[in-house]
Design a protein around this ligand. Structure first.
Ligand code: RB5
Length: 147
């Protein structure tokens, strides 16, 4: 899978850990930063990942900040992006199965490393169910078109 990954200063250690696991799992990972604790603005990093998902250069994206909230708000401003802030494996599974989420957002100051990894794995392993959920996702897309 081609994955785009980014974080802000609140989450670079978790981002690097997730990156290693993803690469070890055979994924192609586009690391869009940040790489240290110097303060940055999360929308700049949300934009990098969201644009890669939008243009198809990434199949899915992962964004991590302190709470995951800022990243999800910012990423959802980019057309075609459905970013979901997930706090556990169930929400990660539902985000993919029912919402066809294409960007996973995580709060590094909210959850521990083990659960962050479990969430990431569940998100990547869960396919979209389609069917009635496809109709609903189409309606989200229509909202984006101003309908
Ligand atoms: C940075 O201090 C923090 O505001 C950011 O990581 C994130 O939690 C924003 O939503």
């Amino acid at each position: 899978m081609k994955l785009a990954l980014a974080c802000d200063h609140a989450a670079f250690e978790l981002k690097d850990m997730i990156k290693e696991i993803l690469i070890a799992g055979g994924n192609q990972v586009d690391d869009c930063g940040t790489d240290n604790a110097n303060s940055v603005d999360y929308p700049d990093f949300a934009k990098k990942v969201a644009q890669r998902v939008h243009d198809g250069s990434a199949d899915l994206g992962i964004l991590i900040c302190g709470t995951g909230i800022g990243m999800s708000i910012a990423a959802n401003k980019v057309a075609g992006v459905r970013a979901a802030l997930c706090h556990n494996e169930f929400t990660a599974q539902m985000a993919r199965a029912h919402n066809d989420a294409n960007v996973l957002c995580i709060g590094a100051r909210v959850i521990g490393r083990d659960i962050a990894l479990a969430i990431t794995k569940r998100f990547l392993q869960t396919p979209f169910e389609g069917g009635r959920h496809g109709r609903r996702v189409e309606k989200i897309h229509a909202l984006e078109q101003g309908a």
